[in-house]
Write a protein that binds this ligand. Structure first.
Ligand code: COA
Length: 390
């Protein structure tokens, strides 16, 4: 078996048949291959690995070059995707070896963290990944926002196509990357592909500054307005975008909006009737997962006070004994001795990302840290919101 990195141009011959078989209705029409080939210009910077036997690709895995904010520090991130094995070659350890090589390569090329959307979380838990929240959706009638219709909010909303609004939209997501825990963006090569997406973009401005953006589609008159994440810098941007949505009363009967776990849509208006739900499960609707690839590069992360030495076990990338020390609100990570707590890679990643506290790590079998309350103080609970989907 040969394992090698392939170019974006090679992906159509090597990876498309594996991915199409795994993820699309099949047999697929001939034009699907051409559509895939056209998209490959946006995969030029991705790292694509295949396992080949006698020149035939039997399995593949790839990583997009992305960036993610983790507790305030922006890191290079490997966004893992395109993982598939030919049915006749499954359960032979091919993806295990591809993932091992891919994560190591991405770490060696500077990625400090990695994220993915799993078909089955327990599969990727074996590779040190831990779950973070999946987004919620809020569904409501535009009438629920009628109190905003005539309000003077000190700003305005421009509505443009994604083709026309792409630069503003993309720049705003890169601005939010510096501000929001968990937020992730693609590199410019991959992001350029989103310019062609058939969406409207609502751009909220106040005092000349962009304070919110919203990507959406309308399915039909009296139907749904379906929007993706409500991206704002704060309450002014949010109010402007909600006012814009409210002005669709009598045009659409329902607005469906993607929101983070800390958003509370019932507080958007006094009489608003809204269903807020999070659905998780099944191969295409799981919560994202993340992991740390490089411990020392976490130095500088905002953290609560404390010092502790931990051992991370059973992990090729971050295994070892680490001295974690927080002074003046910033973490330093160095090699240590005499650990007082044991963690798996997933357990440590859960602490760093703020999704698990030490007691939960013990309960979940991801480490033995329950007796170390300082870890809870250093890594307080804080829900990440990844937004990017891949
Ligand atoms: C899921 C898939 C990628 C696994 O590939 P594979 O080459 O068969 O995986 P491996 O043989 O390397 O298995 C790695 C480990 O996961 C386990 N595993 C494999 N498939 C699994 C599954 N469906 N559920 C749970 N565990 C699984 C293996 O037993 C092995 O465990 P071990 O290392 O402890 O022995 C492959 O079955 C596939 O292409 N499925 C359809 C597409 C898909 O779902 N892709 C994932 C998108 S996120």
């Amino acid at each position: 078996m040969d394992f090698r990195q392939i170019t974006a141009a090679e992906r159509t011959d090597k990876m498309f048949p594996l991915q199409a078989y795994a993820f699309m209705p099949s047999p697929w029409p001939a034009e699907e291959r051409d559509k895939y080939r056209e998209r490959m210009q946006y995969y030029e910077s991705a790292v694509s690995l295949v396992a080949e036997e006698d020149g035939q690709a039997l399995a593949g895995a790839a990583a997009f070059r992305m960036q993610q904010n983790v507790r305030g520090l922006v890191h290079d991130m490997a966004g893992v995707a395109s993982v598939a094995t030919h049915p006749s070659a499954r359960r032979r350890g091919l993806v295990r070896e591809l993932m091992r090589r891919l994560l190591r390569q991405m770490r060696d090329e500077g990625c400090v963290v990695s994220a993915l959307y799993p078909f089955r979380p327990s599969f990727y838990a074996r590779f040190g990944f831990v779950g973070i929240p999946r987004h919620r959706t809020a569904s409501f009638s535009p009438e629920g926002l009628s109190h905003l219709t005539r309000a003077e909010l000190g700003g305005e909303v421009e509505q443009v196509s994604m083709a026309d609004g792409f630069e503003v939209y993309d720049a705003f997501t890169r601005h939010l990357l510096t501000r929001r825990h968990g937020f992730a963006v693609f590199d410019e090569v991959r992001a350029a592909g989103f310019r062609n997406d058939r969406y409207w973009v609502a751009i909220a401005r106040s005092g000349g500054e962009v304070v919110g953006v919203l990507r959406y589609r309308i399915d039909r008159s009296a139907g749904d307005l379906r929007a993706s994440h409500l991206l704002t810098t704060g309450p002014v941007g949010q109010a402007l975008l909600l006012q814009f949505l409210g002005r669709h009363v009598d045009q659409v009967s329902r607005i469906v909006l993607t929101v983070s776990t800390d958003e509370v849509p019932e507080l958007w208006g006094t009489d608003i009737a809204v269903v807020t739900e999070g659905q998780v499960g099944g191969p295409d609707r799981n919560a994202p997962m993340v992991r740390v690839l490089d411990m020392e590069a976490l130095t500088g992360t905002p953290a609560g006070p404390g010092a502790v030495t931990v051992e991370i076990v059973d992990d090729e990338l971050i295994g070892g004994v680490w001295q974690l020390e927080s002074a003046a609100g910033r973490l330093s990570v160095t090699k240590g001795t005499n650990p007082v707590a044991t963690l798996s890679a997933a357990g440590f990643s859960g602490l760093l990302y703020g999704v698990l506290d030490p007691v939960e790590i013990g309960v979940r079998g991801l480490g033995d840290v329950a007796a170390v309350p300082v870890l809870a103080e250093m890594f307080p609970r804080r829900m990440p919101y990844i937004v990017a989907d891949f």
